[in-house]
Design a protein around this ligand. Structure first.
Ligand code: MG
Length: 159
């Protein structure tokens, strides 16, 4: 049976942090603040996969109070989500995600992001969609106070 899940995440954009999106380090004057590497795109995808399994969210599995995840590369979280899919004898059908950022321009990095996500999940690149959009200068994203990401996941499960 086909299950779908949805994920959403946002992190503040601050000075003095690396900007990492989809596992790609992007040269920019600011980066995302967070306990881990604050990869908002991978976090949204992780929650979408966990949601498709009817599981608790990423914060349940990787609490931001746990020093193990301080500065952690978020591909670890995707690897764990993929492991849970396998444990339930499931298959990831596809992932689709959108990053919402006013700056910087993300289009040149999208293919590298997709490769990282596919590799972390152990799935074919063709099953991963990543898109980037601005927020048309509106709201906190438009003021460059943060970057948001949303994702959906489709998972085939035995029941
Ligand atoms: Mg997060």
């Amino acid at each position: 049976m086909n299950h779908v899940g949805i994920g959403y995440d946002v992190h503040p954009l601050v000075e003095g942090r690396k900007l990492i999106l989809g596992g790609v380090e992007i040269a920019y004057s600011k980066g995302l603040a967070g306990h881990s590497d604050a990869d908002v795109l991978m976090h949204a995808i992780c929650d979408a996969l966990l949601g498709a399994l009817g599981e608790s969210d990423i914060g349940h599995f990787f609490p931001n109070t746990d020093p193990r995840w301080q500065g952690a590369a978020s591909k670890t979280f995707l690897q764990e989500a993929a492991r849970q899919v396998k444990f339930r004898e499931g298959t990831i059908v596809n992932i689709d995600a959108t990053v919402i950022a006013e700056q910087p321009r993300l289009a040149p990095h999208v293919s590298a992001m997709k490769e990282n996500i596919a590799a972390a999940l152990g799935i074919n690149l063709k099953r991963v969609g990543v898109k980037a959009t601005t927020n048309e200068h509106l709201g906190f994203v438009g003021r460059e106070e943060g970057i948001a990401a949303m994702a959906v996941a489709s998972v085939e499960l035995p029941e």
